[in-house]
Design a protein around this ligand. Sequence first.
Ligand code: HEC
Ligand code: HEC
Length: 227
Amino acid sequence: MKSFSKIFVLTTLALAVGACSNIERSRNLANPQVSGSTLAQQVCASCHGGVAGQDNGTSINPSYPNLAGQQAVYLETELQEFRDHSRTDPAAKDMMWGLAATLTPAQMKQLAEFYAQQKPRPNPGHSDPAQVASGQKIFAEGKPTQGVPACATCHGPSAEGNGPIPRLAGQHADYLYKQLLVFNSDAGRETHSEALERPHGVAMDAISHNLSDAERHQVATYLQSLR
Ligand code: HEC
Ligand code: HEC
């Protein structure tokens, strides 16, 4: 064995042993003994926020959704969908399928409960006041002439969500807008498929379809501004 590969093997072994002996700080997604709250802080934090041990689930990067204060039932369902590959939008595939692949049902439940208990923070993203005003009207009243129901009837008056219906308040507008396109199965993407990319999004498919692109932006901007 060349000395380089010897060193590599020894370092890898040392890291593996280190990881086992310190289960409280393990990043090992494949070890069912590691708790959900440890995984959240050691692994998920790098994208979803909380690296300094503070503001867990409040992400700085607008393409990574906030998880703090999200509904536990919803979070658990999404993790299951990443694990069983039924949420199939490209970002879910690229970013979340691998991370969820070895999570146990107990770990998914713990992760969901951990994030549901974190305090959501106000979103620092810019929210144009005119967009916010138009978006607020769509959220509260829908677009009756276009067959769009009020979002508040399902997502709650403050967009706090309820069980399987996600919290939207304070979420990044970029992420919300992108999901509205994901739900709209006629969005004219290059790789158009008849199957829904989010299996629990049947209601959202028609809703997003019946909104104009400007209206999708308005409602996403309004939701980002909510505390
Ligand atoms: C490399 C960055 C990255 C890491 C690490 C990461 N995620 Fe994600 N996560 C994403 C992205 C990007 C999305 C949005 C996927 C999409 O657009 O469909 C996402 C979406 C999610 C969602 C869906 C949120 C929603 O509102 O629908 C959940 C739940 C989630 N991640 C949980 C986790 C958990 C738990 C971990 C740790 C085991 C984790 N993520 C680690 C990037 C990451
Ligand atoms: C009939 C009930 C219903 C109504 C009305 C409704 N939604 Fe939803 N919405 C849902 C459900 C259920 C989900 C979760 C889908 C899933 O699990 O994939 C969802 C998910 C979403 C998501 C994805 C959030 C995330 O974290 O990925 C967005 C964005 C959204 N809704 C926006 C809206 C907007 C904007 C309106 C109003 C124009 C609206 N919804 C009206 C039921 C509803």
